[in-house]
Design a protein around this ligand. Sequence first.
Ligand SMILES: [Mg+2]
Length: 399
Amino acid sequence: MSSTITSASVTHIPVWYRKEVGKNAYRDNIGLCTSEWLVRLKADSGHEGLTLGNRFMRADDGTVGGLLEVLRERVVGLNVDDLLSIEGGVASGPGNGTASLYRDHPWLSNAAFDLVGRESGVSAIDLLGGRVRNEVPAYDTTMYFQDFLDPQKGAAKCAEEAAEAKADGYRQMKIKTGRGGRWMLPEVGMQRDADVVNAIREAVGPDFALMVDANFGYDGRLDLLEDFFRLTADANVFWFEEMVNADVEDYKRIREFQAKYAPQALIVCGEVDRNPISPVFQDLIDQGLIDGYQPDIVSHGLLGWMDLERQLAGTKVLSVPHNFGNGRYGTVLGTLFGAASETFISFEDERQHDHTYVTDGLTFERGNHVVGNFAGIGLGINEEIWTRDHAKHEAVVSA
Ligand SMILES: [Mg+2]
């Protein structure tokens, strides 16, 4: 028997990092904490679907009232059977009348996978097409400009934290670079970037993937970017991310640097593409100038990512979803996506403390998130914590 969504709610949940997270190329210190704007959709069957409204709330005009209005007008009252089209047990697109809802708010499709999965007793991984791996690689993504937090140690501070991440079981890490874009003089910042990468490589040893991400910190300074490639040539960098803004001519130059200094490395970008695949990124894909594409996993949603993978089929571009600022929810969603995606490599793990949730059948071992068995997205609410900490902050709309 089909059920109906009878209420929806929005709750702010603080998410604590394991350490203070510093600057990146454009943004001052991240700090100790981020936010999950948890959206709970409850059906009259007793099941619920969870997603995050972070994208909505982080827009300049995002308000709790505005988000509740969307949920009241467009979500409450929907029939669960209408949330997704299903063919052969796999989600094939939006359900009856929901295409425009997901076009406007792609992150709502995550709750659809959760709710439809729970109602039919299958996991979101099944709805994504089935499991292709049980162990999903994730990289520590908290190596920001940690040297600025401890100027006496400088690059050695980053190396110290990298060794700690390895001791905690991680086997991959992304290193923020681009110090010369804003926070240091360009030449000095480039040298510090290289010193940090090389110090970290020395600290973690050879069997450890290191990505670098400049958040466009080398825009207009491709001369210094070539120096950075040259100075890190022995560090075996796994991928170079957003070294400059998406631009076909600049990415042709980056391909030259890669061929000369880092032939093993991938070139990736795309987290800033809010309406993927937009034209300049399509050009980079069509001309073979990038190897991985990065729209956000929670914001663009599981249905959106299924669509992206259909568009990328036949290219050599791999799926490397962005996942920063998505909290514990994002770690779980990234894991589900990685378990089902043929072309997935790894996703970013903020290593936040566990909170609020109970996770069924998800553990962290050997540097991977290991997937067990569960229905929906496998993330439930710890009702004791909810009642104690969050219930009084929950904003609810009902039918
Ligand atoms: Mg990035």
